[in-house]
Design a protein around this ligand. Structure first.
Ligand SMILES: [Zn+2]
Length: 264
């Protein structure tokens, strides 16, 4: 049977004590070096920023970077509440409901892009006055205003986009971009960009166009009395929302107004 040996703690301490001390010293040394290394980039950054400051003082070619902000888009589903807008002959289908469905879909698509703020003049079935719709957009300093409607006439079909009589170049582009995208999505007829106000011989404008301070347009998204347009509206609602939002994003990107970082 083996003899049980007593542990000599004094010897253990003599042998392992210096090793432990050595490990401790190495560890502290590494930590210190790590701190020194991590402070080096700070030193470099401060030199860089000094150089930048100096060069911006001597040269006017480096303007201060303005902060980016969100692009603000107002989506305006026409009518609502007590105001049904146009209806089918049997009144089973109301324009206000179609406008809201499309408006909610367009808003959702726009919100999927970075740095877009969407404001809806209504997102439920409530009545909102025309001036109130304009006030919402003007008070928010919105960048764009898109009003959504549906048309009605005896035999009409297709899409019209309305802008002011004295439209700005941007408003014309806005209407053209949206129409081009809608045509690609598939509409029964392209009835073109129209100016002013329907049946008014170009005297007045739609109030949501004339009383808003930003580029705006009013889309008549097919005719309520056209079976083809109604079928398109139901079947292609998602594509139409993609088209309207995509056209706006393409326009502001093309014009250098908006990037993935927002508006500068
Ligand atoms: Zn309408």
């Amino acid at each position: 049977m083996a003899k049980r040996r007593r542990i000599r703690w004094d010897r253990v301490l003599i042998v392992f004590g210096p090793i432990f001390l050595l490990i401790l010293l190495i560890h502290v040394g590494c930590r210190h070096r790590g701190e020194t290394e991590s402070s080096e980039p700070d030193a470099l950054t401060s030199v860089d920023s000094m150089e930048l400051t100096e060069s911006s003082e001597t040269s006017e070619a480096v303007p201060a970077q303005a902060p980016f902000r969100d692009l603000i888009v107002v989506v305006d589903p026409g009518h609502g509440g007590k105001d049904s807008g146009a209806t089918t002959k049997d009144e089973s289908r109301l324009e206000k409901d179609d406008n809201l469905r499309l408006g909610l879909a367009v808003a959702e698509k726009l919100r999927s892009y970075p740095h877009i703020q969407v404001i809806m003049t209504r997102d439920t079935d409530v009545f909102v006055g025309l001036q109130e719709r304009c006030d919402i957009a003007n008070n928010a300093n919105a960048d764009y205003f898109i009003s959504l409607h549906r048309n009605v006439s005896k035999n009409g079909k297709g899409v019209e986009i309305w802008i002011n009589n004295d439209y700005t170049p941007m408003e014309k582009l806005l209407a053209e971009y949206i129409m081009e995208w809608l045509e690609k999505a598939g509409i029964s007829d392209n009835r073109g960009t129209q100016t002013g106000f329907r049946n008014n011989n170009g005297v007045d404008d739609y109030m949501v166009n004339s009383h808003t301070n930003m580029p705006s347009c009013l889309i008549e998204m097919g005719f309520m009395n056209s079976l083809e347009d109604n079928r398109n509206f139901d079947d292609k609602l998602d594509q139409y929302a993609d088209a309207i939002s995509g056209a706006l994003i393409e326009l502001v990107t093309d014009k250098g107004i908006y990037t993935q970082d927002g508006v500068q």
